[in-house]
Ligand binder design. Sequence first.
Ligand code: PLP
Length: 438
Amino acid sequence: TDILQKQDKEIFDAIENEVRRQTETLELIASENFASRAVMEACGSVMTNKYAEGYPGKRYYGGCEYVDVAEDLARDRARKLFGCEYVNVQPHSGSSANMGVLFSVLKPGDRIMGLDLAHGGHLTHGSAVNFSGQLFEAHAYGVDRETGCIDMNRVEEMALEVRPKLIICGASAYSQGFDFKAFREIADKVGAFLMADIAHPAGLIAAGLLNDPIPHCHFVTTTTHKTLRGPRGGMIMMGQDFENPMGITIKTKTGRRTKMMSEVIDAEIMPGIQGGPLMHIIAAKAVAFGEALQPEFREYAVQVRANAAAMAAKFSSLGYDIVSGGTKNHLMLIDLRNKDVTGKKAENLLHEAGITVNKNMVPFDDKSPFVTSGIRIGTPAMTTRGMNEADAESVVTLIDRVISSAGNDDISTVCAGVREDVRALCADLPLNDFGPTP
Ligand code: PLP
């Protein structure tokens, strides 16, 4: 950073300020984490300089012998971590991974089903403002108004009615598990492909703490930077490769043969939707998967979930309404309507107090996505800093001090007071081998 400081003071300062922000505030955004220094070293390595279109051993560029080592290691470790036969580690992001699968099996206008964005789904699961909702005929299933949980009977009814070609399960703001087996039975009944997007709980699934999608889904996509604690990126997996039923063939020396699904997906990622892979990020993915294969990662994942459970219980005891009644994973969605404060206001006040969360729509929300009635809270990042259940309860107390004073005249004083306590708690939870170098 010496060189950067001399050459580009503006960017150097922005990074220094971000280091301070990450160190001195409570990071509760459910989709964020602190990657290890080893992961960040790989991200910042010379592999960023290399073009490597193609796949290991079959590149369109020379000089790929060492990036091939990195991509092979990333693939081997991912296969071992998730117990899958096929993986593509090249998607630049979770959205690209989803685009890769959708473009591999669908034609424009085909019908898809995914969880409603307003009920916890992701943009790429069929939202009208995303390619998935613009190129395909998207039908959204939701959660039950009473339980806040996905009603599989309703999913089945909708699938029988819609006859989708692809069903997507997985979410960005859903605190319950997914019954992948039941989803597969429904997909088989209507002749649909099933894709699980495990971007959020991937780390907990790798640790064996939640239902495993790999045996039940045709495709499993994920990001690598959330609970998995790797660099920002995406990945596509298949438990087992299979002959593509779309009749896509390939010309070989001995004639034509049907392409396997793995070949269809590889070709969709490159050259279909991407060019050169980010080899520095792929190297960092390999490092992160190596970390996730260690026993300490399982301990981490267990603590992530225990902390989320402790926070949800404490919030409930203080009269907060947790959507779907609690959490089985790393996050919770809090409906603030009974606290008379919007998600937007809560996010802003908590920010003032040094606590980072995001406003979030709750199911059947009557407010716009810019205002919202809820906030989403997750434990992956703070658990990396060593947060335990007792700390998690203290965090809830800090959040409650802000939210319960939201309408009072002395709210700025309250936020300033909480800010001091946040700083102290952060000092007790050092980043050690993760996140910014102090
Ligand atoms: N899928 C789910 C369920 C997500 O929550 C996210 C990110 O929030 C994505 C996909 C997209 O990932 P990215 O932001 O890397 O495109």
